[in-house]
Design a protein around this ligand. Structure first.
Ligand SMILES: Cc1cc2nc3c(=O)[nH]c(=O)nc-3n(C[C@H](O)[C@H](O)[C@H](O)COP(=O)(O)OP(=O)(O)OC[C@H]3O[C@@H](n4cnc5c(N)ncnc54)[C@H](O)[C@@H]3O)c2cc1C
Ligand SMILES: *[C@@H]1O[C@H](CO)[C@@H](O)[C@H](O)[C@H]1NC(C)=O
Length: 445
């Protein structure tokens, strides 16, 4: 790692969860010159993974390292002076399949760290953790557990609060700066160049560009370590009266299928999604003979970038109807393809680039980093200062070896991602609860 001091010029690329939390923790430690650049002219960036109405905050992980770190994050989230009402402690209900070692291990870890968990041994127990007025359907042979310390965060608000903390501590956040080149001299990045021609000198650069990392910087060789996978999300608008019935529901999370659903937010919107292998969109990189998965979002493709594959929309519908029959019988009011940055073992990538000593990678959230917003930058700051414990250096190293089966997340995520096929994306008619049976109703015969 390059040596830095409190006066070093630190340039962080990307103002999402990783970049902002890193900036915050470095500033708190006394670093004086921290600049965060983001390509989006509007911040939080509308298509960043961290920009969202809700993200699950859970400590239920099969890897106890994440359980412990999530407990620290949750105790921060609960501080309303820091985060206002960003955090909603509704509890997280984890469904357990009968052969589901991930969730069983997650339960054991939660218990071991003293989380408020309760086993739910049958459908009656499970039904009892949902409000009685909600129309919830629980299969007879179901089992699971609830973690009452968990819940969900209003992600965009959390990001805005973190932006505030950064600027309060003297950090600069500059929007509309798409970094296009990392100029090197003596094997180090000396200057960061933006698409608009502006340049920033740097002693240390932190790359926190999320799902764009591999495609935006093809020369860094990140295409297998930071794979952009599109994940499918859909929304249902409830009336205020309907929403009241579900407001106190816990987050519903089924690792076995990957399906999860949130209680309605303040705008009475229910979000549901599938944590899965997702979809890749491989595009040939300019100059190099490699195909790199590249996000397709509202920024690159307008409203069209929000559409998800029709098959995924159908499985969202099927799962939602199965769990919340009334909600599932309403139309979806929107969808989103939201891009994970996946490493091969679902552990994050935090540490120096193998070939460039003063370039620190802080990415590969692998679909589970947001909840750590208050604390994740501490790990990056430790990496910058060479203070990360050796086992974490290895765990998060960009060039670590991936042992087969050494995964932190459930087996379902081992399913390889499918190719994103644009002519199989959903259309507005697909958002309706039942397919229209006759041609005249859609105006198409
Ligand atoms: C559908 C979905 C659901 C999720 N659910 C959860 C959940 O329930 N709980 C949880 O903990 N986590 C969840 N996650 C994961 C979490 O959102 C991510 O791990 C986390 O937000 C990643 O943060 P990031 O900073 O790496 O990326 P981002 O938030 O995407 O930030 C990257 C930033 O870099 C900027 N950028 C990109 N390229 C450039 C460039 N060339 N120059 C300058 N700036 C650039 C972008 O504009 C963006 O603002 C979910 C993710 C998705 C997609
Ligand atoms: C739950 O919703 C389904 C589908 O709308 C409906 O048939 C059923 O009667 C509802 N049950 C209750 C208890 O309201």
């Amino acid at each position: 790692m390059a040596s830095v001091n409190y006066n070093s010029q630190i340039v962080i690329i990307g103002a999402g969860c990783f970049g902002l939390s890193t900036g915050y923790h470095l500033l708190k430690r006394g670093y004086k010159n921290v600049i965060i650049l983001d390509r989006s002219s509007q911040l939080p960036a509308p298509d960043a993974a961290s920009t969202d109405i809700s993200k699950i905050v859970r400590s239920s992980y099969a890897d106890i390292l994440y359980t412990r770190l999530a407990r620290e994050a949750i105790s921060e989230w609960k501080n309303t002076q820091e985060w206002a009402d960003s955090y909603h402690q509704t509890g997280v209900y984890c469904a357990m399949a009968h052969t589901d070692s991930y969730t069983d291990q997650a339960y054991q870890n939660d218990k071991a760290v003293g989380a408020a968990v309760e086993p739910l041994l049958n459908s009656k127990d499970i039904r009892s953790v949902f409000p009685s007025a909600a129309n919830v359907s629980v299969p007879d042979n179901a089992r699971g557990f609830i973690n009452r310390d968990g819940g969900w965060a209003f992600a965009s608000q959390g990001i805005l609060r973190m932006m505030d903390k950064v600027t309060t501590l003297g950090g600069k956040i500059i929007a509309g700066k798409a970094v296009s080149e990392l100029c090197r001299s003596d094997g180090k990045v000396s200057t960061v160049r933006c698409a608009d021609g502006s340049t920033y000198e740097a002693d240390l650069v932190v790359l926190a560009t999320g799902s764009w990392s591999a495609s935006a910087f093809p020369n860094l060789g990140l295409d297998t370590k930071c794979v952009a996978t599109g994940q499918t999300v859909a929304f249902v608008q409830l009336t205020p009266e309907e929403a009241e019935l579900y407001r106190a529901c816990p987050v519903y999370l089924d690792f076995h299928t990957g399906f999860y659903a949130f209680p309605p937010n303040k705008d009475n919107i229910v979000k549901c999604a599938i944590h899965s292998g997702g979809f890749v969109r491989k595009i040939k990189s300019a100059n190099l003979d490699v195909y790199i998965s590249t996000p397709r979002t509202v920024a690159s493709d307008g409203e069209d970038g929000l559409r998800i594959p029709r098959t995924a929309l159908k499985s969202l519908r099927d799962s939602l109807v199965r769990i919340y029959p009334d909600i599932g019988s309403k139309p979806f009011c929107g969808t989103r393809l939201c891009w994970y940055t996946d490493s091969p073992d679902d552990n994050w990538v935090i540490g120096a680039h193998p070939d460039i000593a003063n370039l620190v990678l802080a990415t590969s959230g692998s679909g589970h980093a947001f909840k750590f917003l208050p604390v994740i930058g501490r790990l990056v700051a430790d990496a910058v200062e060479g203070k990360l414990p050796p086992e974490l250096v290895r765990k998060f190293a960009a060039d670590r070896a991936h042992a087969h089966g050494d995964v932190t997340e459930p087996a379902i995520r081992l399913a390889p991602p499918a190719d994103l096929l644009e002519d199989e994306l959903c259309t507005p008619e697909d958002l309706l609860p039942v397919p229209l049976s006759s041609g005249w109703a859609t105006g198409k015969l």
